[in-house]
Design a binder for this molecule. Structure first.
Ligand code: FAD
Ligand code: NAP
Length: 324
């Protein structure tokens, strides 16, 4: 049955940003409700070892997220297994419709819907995810010390990932579908100057090849887009770096966005272009995209929401005007 509920603070997303916002909002007695979405725990639930979460030299991504959820709950957050299908930010209280039919109205909204790495969409890529196929060199590069790796992509992310991987790998092959990179010139120059890097131009990845027992990558097969010729490149790590898509579908027509859909926040804050709506984590961050930075922004969002509710909600006029 369709129901409507009013909450002070509604948090959308259950990654590090959402759960951290929940811990802080709950401790501020804002009785937050957090909607988890289709991926409870967020992106870290699709990785194995996380070695850069302060306080844990190694922690399994899914375990870390279970702990964050438990922490948020223990502080008093109501965690709801549901998916937000639409939001209306044109007036306060804000409205969020969910898949279950429940409508939430909220005095303040914290958006923490994250971003998803884009994948090539190959069945073999899917098969080896977590077993040699990765979309995050910062997270997994360390595991390829002395190994040969391949990076696919030609933007800033691909070049930065390739350069980062040269710290560990013996050889990094960048495979790009065109004969020029999209990345900034300064990054390109660094890439071209690095003796560990080889570039395979005009090639599109066709397949990831590897062993079944134990499951692991042994190379990639790439097709020359001009001649059709197939080349196999040996590697034990294959990094897909063809862009990230922020999960801003819900708000892209209502909030100011940039860099391909990332929600704009005021520098040094989590305030979006609509007062009372805050954004944290990968949804707003096209540069760092880390668990710890997302958690930090989640904290900021809860503190910003708390201040907003104390200062602004007391005002008689609650009409929202977009400042974009
Ligand atoms: P996310 O973790 O992306 O979570 C987004 C949340 O929003 C999800 O819970 C999702 O269900 C929810 N959501 C989305 N849309 C809706 C909706 N409409 N309604 C309700 N909920 C919704 N970072 C590190 O620091 N260290 C690592 O070792 C590391 N390893 C990684 C390995 C992999 C394979 C990947 C992909 C990323 C890795 N990262 C790592 C990056 C890290 O996971 C992200 O920076 C971080 O998870 C971003 O957190 P977030 O809270 O902003 O969003
Ligand atoms: P991007 O700029 O969109 O580049 C994606 C790259 O992947 C492009 O080279 C593209 O090829 C390629 N690609 C896309 N789909 C593909 C497919 N299906 N198969 C093969 N190749 C494919 O993405 P990004 O590099 O992640 O950067 C995203 C945004 O973040 C950009 O605005 C970027 O400037 C910014 N960013 C900034 C920094 C920084 O400031 N240091 C670092 C990282 C990212 P084509 O070139 O042929 O289209």
């Amino acid at each position: 049955m369709a129901t409507t509920r009013h909450v002070k603070v509604l948090i959308i997303g259950s990654g590090p940003a959402g759960y951290t916002a929940a811990v802080y909002a709950a401790r501020a007695m804002l009785e937050p409700v957090l909607i988890q979405g289709l991926q409870p725990g967020g992106q870290l639930t699709i990785t194995t070892d996380v070695e850069n979460w302060p306080g844990d030299a190694t922690v399994l991504g899914p375990d870390l997220m279970v702990r964050m959820e438990a922490h948020a709950k223990e502080m008093g957050t109501e965690i709801v297994s549901d998916y937000v299908t639409s939001v209306d930010l044109s007036k306060r209280p804000f409205t969020a419709e969910t898949d279950s039919g429940t409508t939430y109205t909220a005095d303040a909204l914290i958006l923490a819907t994250g971003a998803q790495a884009k994948w090539l969409g190959l069945p073999s890529e899917e098969k080896f995810k977590g077993f040699g196929v990765s979309a995050c060199a910062t997270c997994d590069g360390f595991f390829y010390r002395g190994a040969e790796v391949v990076v696919a992509g030609g933007g800033n992310t691909a070049v930065e990932e390739a350069l980062f991987l040269t710290k560990f790998a013996s050889k990094v092959t960048l495979i790009h579908r065109r004969d020029e990179l999209r990345a900034e010139k300064i990054l390109q120059n660094r890439l071209f100057a690095n003796p560990k890097v080889e570039i395979l131009w005009d090639h599109q990845i066709e397949d990831v090849i590897g062993a079944a027992e134990p499951l692991g990558v042994e190379g990639v097969r790439a097709r020359n887009v001009k001649t059709g010729e197939i080349t196999e490149v040996r590697c034990t790590g294959f990094f897909v770096a063809i862009g990230h898509a922020p999960a801003s579908e819900l708000v892209k027509d209502q909030l100011e966005t940039h860099n391909g859909g990332y929600v704009v926040v005021k520098p040094g804050s989590t305030e979006t272009s609509i007062p009372g709506v805050f954004a944290a984590g990968d949804l707003t961050d096209h540069v760092y995209r880390q668990a710890v930075t997302s958690a930090g922004m989640g904290c900021m969002a809860a503190l910003d929401a708390q201040r907003f509710l104390e200062e602004d909600l007391a005002q008689p006029d609650t009409t929202v005007a977009a400042i974009a």
